[in-house]
Design a protein around this ligand. Structure first.
Ligand code: ZN
Length: 174
């Protein structure tokens, strides 16, 4: 089932999400909904708070390429074990439509997390996938990628964000 994506500047995006402790069958349904919502919006990752669920859960297309969207991974309580190297490339967010900014993040990532059955697993990701996991962990901590934009680039960004704030208010009035 498609779920509405929480849009900037919705205050829920500032919430710190809670760890998942009960791996109930409902989480499978939530993961399926999140994956469907993410793909429909042409994203490669989505954090649960982006559909209004303040829990430390994310989905990601792990074999992403333009032709084949591959398998989706649902990851719970992700925790960074190690970061290596950096890369600065353009990044966007389904909750902040049309805003893209160059953000520096680790290139390689070792991350520990839990799967849908609650079992623990360690993953190593590179490039876009490493970036995606770090972006979603930021969401779980109430942080948005626009907060990582260097000061010198914030003026243009501010104009774009003001537009989004305006349309958010207009939508709320409907
Ligand atoms: Zn995002």
């Amino acid at each position: 089932m498609l779920r509405p994506i929480v849009l900037y500047p919705d205050p829920r995006l500032k919430l710190k999400s809670k760890p998942v402790t009960q791996f109930t069958p409902e989480l499978r349904e939530l993961a399926a909904d999140m994956t469907e919502t993410m793909r429909r919006a042409n994203g490669i990752g989505l954090a649960a708070i982006q559909i209004g669920e303040p829990i430390r859960m994310m989905v990601m297309d792990v074999n992403y390429d333009a032709e084949d969207k591959g398998e989706s991974l649902a990851l719970f309580n992700p925790e960074v074990l190690n970061e290596d190297g950096t890369e600065a490339i353009e990044e966007g967010c389904l909750s902040i439509p049309d805003v893209r900014e160059v953000i520096e993040r680790a290139f390689k990532l070792k991350v520990k997390g839990q799967l849908l059955d609650g079992s623990e697993k360690t993953f190593e990701f590179e490039g876009l996938l490493a970036r995606c996991v770090l972006h979603e962990i930021d969401h779980m901590n109430g942080m948005l990628f626009i907060q990582k934009v260097p000061a010198v680039k914030r003026l243009f960004l501010k104009r774009q964000l003001d537009e989004l704030k305006k349309s958010y208010k207009e939508a709320a009035r409907l």
